[in-house]
Design a protein around this ligand. Structure first.
Ligand code: ADP
Ligand code: ADP
Length: 228
């Protein structure tokens, strides 16, 4: 599903690589935590998968496509198959929960009849039934993140990338978000989540990739947050 072959990335104007000689494979249906201190290369890794950047050297394959040979006009089609969730929710202000979730389908030109079916199903899946008409700012942080997750999965992407999705949430709310991500993963969506949340990583015991100064220093099955 995702393959990195000797991937290095040095940003222009920088001397130190953000990623160095990364080799790994992530299979369909996996749940992967990406850990490492700030500046270790986690965001760079995620952004390479989305083709927001190209590697300086090496090859990246995502969903069967060699990203080095993917035409620019095909990048939006790639990204439609990859849902994204961020620490700061990034909801559309001035739009209700329903409108936030429906937006991605409307942009794709899906028929209204289909949208009217899929959007309530997705809102129900994330546990927000009854809140369709709320504005995001009327919701708690945990609820806003549920809306963001609904928006990210409404199109049934094959991969879900979550960059610190619990970074702004209290521990109890974070547990609820992780249960939701686990449920989405079990519906056959590959989940890749960058996090600093030791409690969550240690509780879930999923595969852990650890980056340190751009090096992949650990790839552990049913891993924990840190080896120290
Ligand atoms: P993390 O997500 O783990 O905090 P990043 O991937 O953001 O790490 O950063 C890895 C390294 O690349 C850091 O040294 C950071 O300063 C550098 N970096 C990240 N983005 C850019 C950029 N757009 N231009 C130049 N350097 C960058
Ligand atoms: P939490 O459980 O994270 O502490 P809150 O106390 O912020 O959540 O919210 C509890 C409930 O009140 C939620 O269902 C939320 O939708 C609702 N709520 C919070 N703020 C507002 C508001 N300004 N207007 C309407 N409903 C709100």
């Amino acid at each position: 599903m995702i393959t990195f072959e000797d991937v290095s990335k040095t940003y222009s104007g920088q001397t130190k690589p953000a990623l160095r000689h990364i080799n790994l494979q992530i299979d369909k249906g996996e749940f992967v935590f990406l850990v490492g201190t700030s500046g270790s290369g986690k965001s760079t890794f995620l952004r390479l998968i989305l083709r927001e950047y190209r590697p300086t050297s090496g090859k990246i394959f995502v969903l069967g496509k060699d990203l080095g040979h993917l035409h620019q006009w095909k990048v939006p089609a790639l990204r439609r198959q990859i849902g994204t969730v961020f620490q700061d929710f990034r909801l559309l202000p001035g739009k209700t929960v329903y409108e936030n979730v429906a937006f991605g389908l409307q942009v794709l030109g899906r028929p209204t009849s289909q949208i009217r079916q899929i959007v309530p199903e997705t809102i129900d899946l994330v546990g927000l039934s009854g809140k369709e008409d709320r504005q995001p700012e009327e919701l708690s942080g945990g609820e806003q993140q549920r809306v963001a997750i609904a928006r990210a999965i409404v199109n049934r992407p094959k991969i879900l990338i979550a960059d610190e999705p619990t970074g702004n949430l209290d521990p109890q709310t974070s547990v609820g978000i992780m249960k939701l991500l686990d449920r989405i993963n079990k519906r056959d969506t590959t989940v890749i989540m960058a996090t600093h949340d030791q409690t969550i990583v240690d509780q879930m015991r999923k595969r852990v990739l650890e980056l340190d100064q751009g090096n992949l220093v650990r790839d552990q099955v049913r891993g924990v947050y840190g080896t120290a």
